[in-house]
Design a protein around this ligand. Structure first.
Ligand SMILES: Nc1nc2c(c(=O)[nH]1)N[C@H]1C(S)=C(S)[C@@H](COP(=O)(O)O)O[C@H]1N2
Ligand SMILES: [Mo]
Length: 199
């Protein structure tokens, strides 16, 4: 299944478009975490979208899981040069989560349990480009890969896909996330090899 609106953007690539420059293929699924895996109790889990005016939408696990979800098959590309093609996930589209959100913000900051964050333009979260994923390869998403739920934004380097995501803050002004403030590229397009600041 394509995750791309047909004909919507000529430049967007279909799953398994091949390897971006400087990447090599892996068959396993490496774990990359800047800190310990947080222990998250589903009874306390929540996901919040806050707008630039302070309005909040909030879902507990039951409310989140009752939203329509979809299968997603995408290639993922880590800035440390590994890529994995045709990974399969299930998640709730950010389009669904943003439906009831009134905003004129241009930027988004994803925040995770444990303190990690990543920033991206809001338009990179919309129109079938981003999901909150809770299943991987037919199984519940493992904690080390971001379970119970993680952001999945496969068209950008995988550091943007915040594991253990707990919310998205919509902002008028861009705000660097964890790796972005440590010298990684602010946008992170793997096809343009935007690995580090200045690339
Ligand atoms: N919360 C959190 N999310 C994170 C990270 C992290 O350290 N903490 N690492 C990022 C990086 S650099 C990559 S490549 C992917 C790795 O995801 P994986 O461990 O499932 O392969 O998660 C991203 N999301
Ligand atoms: Mo990464």
């Amino acid at each position: 299944m394509g995750t791309v609106s047909r004909g919507f953007r000529g430049k967007r690539r279909r799953p398994s478009a091949g390897l971006p420059p400087g990447q090599y293929l892996v068959e396993d699924f490496p774990v990359l975490s800047a800190g310990p895996t947080p222990d998250i109790d589903l009874a306390e889990w929540e996901f919040t979208i806050s707008s630039e005016t302070g309005d909040q939408q909030r879902w507990d696990w039951a409310a989140f899981r009752s939203l329509p979800s979809e299968p997603i098959t995408v290639d993922i590309h880590c800035v440390t040069h590994w890529s994995k093609l045709g990974t399969s996930w299930e998640g709730v589209s950010l389009d669904t989560l943003l439906e009831g959100v009134e905003t004129s913000a241009s930027f988004a900051l994803a925040k995770s349990y444990g303190g990690y964050s990543s920033n991206l333009p809001l338009e990179d979260l919309t129109v079938h480009k981003a999901w909150i994923a809770f299943r991987y390869d037919g199984e519940e998403l493992e904690a080390e890969h971001g379970g119970p739920a993680r952001l999945l934004v496969p068209h950008l380097y995988f550091w943007k896909s915040a594991k253990w995501v707990r919310g998205i803050q919509l902002l008028d002004q861009d705000e660097p996330g964890f790796w972005e403030s440590l010298g990684y590229h602010n946008y992170g397009d793997p096809w343009r090899e935007q690995r580090f600041w200045g690339d």
